[in-house]
Design a protein around this ligand. Structure first.
Ligand SMILES: Cc1cc2nc3c(=O)[nH]c(=O)nc-3n(C[C@H](O)[C@H](O)[C@H](O)COP(=O)(O)OP(=O)(O)OC[C@H]3O[C@@H](n4cnc5c(N)ncnc54)[C@H](O)[C@@H]3O)c2cc1C
Length: 434
């Protein structure tokens, strides 16, 4: 490893690796530093890795649709060797139930129409034809387990859903990250593991590089904060929060894996399922399980934590998510042995990420991914590389926001959408759906 770099990327999760890859492709000498032993071992490792095109903002949908094509053409994106072990994209499509909470998806579908993204309306009959074991009664609003009304229908039935064929999930998010690491290394990127960044020296408001926990100082003109749930700690190290109107914080999450009941043909029909009425999302998981995540209803406790010290055991939250799935899936048994994961989102106030420069010259932000940016990593990598190159060449992104042209659709994303200086975006779902 040599002494100086054009850019040091703090973090080797899916987004950090993608930024290293794109900067290296542009001829920059890059180093990704991660305190964990391998790429994708941080919050990326427990990502549900759902690929979907529906977001609450136009730019959110556009980025996600562009991202879909990178997953679809993964080998091409990576310029991978024929014998490489690559993460698989299970293109199951996604079904989102129409509910009062998501306004029957009207806002999202208007964005999809503008962008020409395909979708199909499904009636209740079509849903139950595909999933005869589902109960489509309404249960909203979501309740805690202690609420006497938990699990009791509240009247009426779901009024159909929207099926998005361009979506699915990646079964191994860690392997996907290591795929990008290898692709980046092929174009010259370097990675350093088991080393924590403890200081980011500056001179005249410009970053100089980083100092590691073994005292080593590495020089670089650019430092990028892609530290996931630790991003607020990295921003504090360099004083980058000074002008940020949007902050990032670590939010604890639990994901449940529940066995498919015997005799139910789940795998044959399985797709990604988003259900704001029951406040859960679900997808097939290895070992004939169903993975259940939360859509963060207001009744659930939102636990902001210190990313270096939080409870990694399952709690009632695991059970409530599994029981919310059981509302739809009455055959479901709740096992004694709990499986799944506990991890952290790096959330912003409006659940939209920050892809931006900072008030410290040479210090950039790719953080606040709010539980919904795995799918966008390849696009974020490209957008950040272009932003960094433009700003380092003197472009004033704060005064004149950059527009980033997507590769697979005729749309330019205004990166002001992801600015640290934005007002809270009131169009957001204010949940993991972004
Ligand atoms: C439970 C869960 C479910 C999710 N589901 C989905 C989903 O279905 N679809 C979707 O699109 N997104 C999803 N996400 C979000 C997605 O996984 C994240 O947006 C994405 O993985 C973030 O990648 P990253 O590279 O920014 O961060 P991370 O993967 O968190 O990587 C950050 C890295 O920085 C390192 N680091 C931190 N501080 C330091 C330091 N001081 N020095 C050195 N290294 C440091 C860490 O070790 C870590 O490896 C989910 C997230 C979680 C937690």
């Amino acid at each position: 490893m040599s002494d100086g770099y054009d850019a040091i990327i703090i973090g080797a999760g899916i987004i950090g690796a993608a930024i290293g890859y794109e900067l290296s492709k542009r001829g920059k000498k890059t180093l990704n530093v991660d305190m964990l032993p391998a790429a994708g071992y941080g919050s990326t490792s427990n990502s549900c890795a759902i690929i979907r095109v529906y977001y609450s903002t136009l730019d959110g949908c556009a980025m996600a649709y562009d991202g879909y094509y990178y997953w679809k053409n993964w080998t091409e994106y990576l310029c991978a060797d024929a014998d490489e072990d690559l993460a698989a994209f299970h293109e199951t499509g996604n079904l989102v139930l129409k509910t009062a909470l998501n306004d029957q998806l009207r806002g999202t579908l208007a964005h999809l129409d503008v962008l020409d993204i395909p979708y199909e309306h499904w009636t209740d009959e079509e849903i139950t034809r595909n999933f005869p074991f589902y109960d489509l009664s309404c249960f909203a609003p979501a309740k805690t387990l202690q609420d006497p009304g938990f699990g009791k229908p509240t009247g009426g039935s779901i009024e159909g859903g929207v099926f998005f064929p361009k979506g699915g999930y990646i079964s191994d998010p860690q392997l996907a990250t290591q795929n990008i690491q290898r692709a980046a290394q092929r174009v010259g990127a370097e990675f350093l593991f088991n080393r924590r960044v403890v200081e980011i020296p500056t001179r005249d408001n410009r970053v100089q590089g980083v100092v590691l926990d073994n005292g080593q100082r590495i020089e670089a003109a650019v430092v990028v904060n892609v530290a996931g749930p630790h991003s607020c700690k990295i921003n504090a190290m360099v004083g980058a929060e000074r002008d940020m109107r949007i902050s990032t914080r670590a939010l604890r999450q639990e994901v449940a894996h529940v066995p498919v009941p015997e005799g139910v043909d789940y795998a044959g029909n399985a797709l990604v399922w988003s259900d704001s009425d029951a406040a859960i999302y679900a997808r097939p998981e290895l070992g004939n399980n169903i993975l259940v995540g939360s859509e963060d209803p207001p009744c659930d406790e939102h636990q902001l934590v210190d990313p270096d010290s939080y409870d990694q055991n399952f709690s009632d939250q695991w059970t409530v998510q599994a029981m919310r799935l059981a509302q739809r899936f009455p055959e479901l048994g709740i096992p004694n042995k709990l499986k799944g994961c506990v991890d952290l989102y790096d959330v912003t106030e409006d659940w939209i990420p920050i892809y931006d420069r900072s008030c410290v010259d040479g210090f950039y932000l790719a953080c606040g991914s709010s539980g919904n940016q795995f799918k966008n990593a390849p696009v974020a990598g490209k957008a950040m590389a272009e932003l960094i190159e433009a700003c380092e060449a003197g472009h004033d992104h704060d005064a004149d926001s950059m527009r980033f042209r997507l590769k697979h659709l005729d749309h330019k994303v205004d990166l002001a959408t992801f600015s640290r200086l934005r007002e809270i975006n009131q169009d957001s779902s204010f949940s993991v759906l972004g």
